[in-house]
Design a protein around this ligand. Structure first.
Ligand SMILES: [Zn+2]
Ligand SMILES: [Zn+2]
Ligand SMILES: [Zn+2]
Length: 147
């Protein structure tokens, strides 16, 4: 999911979604695209001290609404945001990939390179989306010596 993009591409993305080009929006995009893991609002607040919480909150909300980012939960139940797959559209997400919660570093990963078989639900249930989670140790933590 690491798709490295430059400022011009981020500006294009905002334009495509009919969002005004603002410095905070561009910074949030570039930070989220530079990471291989999902980002929580507190993570963003830590890095971007000069942007106030309300602005950050609004940016995350509008990006989610536009199909640019999707919400995932970490092991503490905190909402994190990750970059969407190309199939996502405004108010219509297609992020039915596995979300991997690392029990050591607490990072959340979107696992796109995994074939998920279709799930058959009991009669009468009609799913609009799936959210799949796995817990365990990520490759980064696997390499680190145990404490
Ligand atoms: Zn999405
Ligand atoms: Zn880890
Ligand atoms: Zn995801």
């Amino acid at each position: 999911m690491t798709q490295v993009k430059n400022t011009f591409q981020f500006e294009d993305m905002l334009k495509k979604h009919h969002l005004k080009k603002t410095a905070p929006r561009l910074r949030v995009l570039s930070m989220m695209y530079s990471k291989t893991t999902a980002t929580s609002q507190p993570d963003l607040e830590n890095v971007m001290h000069d942007i106030d919480r309300v602005t950050l909150y609004r940016i995350l909300n509008i990006f989610e609404e536009k199909g640019i980012i999707h919400k995932v939960f970490d092991l503490n139940g905190t909402a994190n945001y990750a970059v969407c797959s190309s199939g996502c559209q405004e108010n219509h997400h297609h992020d039915e990939h596995l979300h991997f919660n690392c029990t050591r570093c607490k990072n959340v990963y979107c696992i796109n390179d995994l074939y998920l078989p279709g799930l058959t639900l009991p009669e009468g249930f009609k799913a609009e989306s799936f959210t799949l989670y796995a817990n365990g140790i990520c490759p980064k933590c696997e390499k680190k010596p145990h404490h």
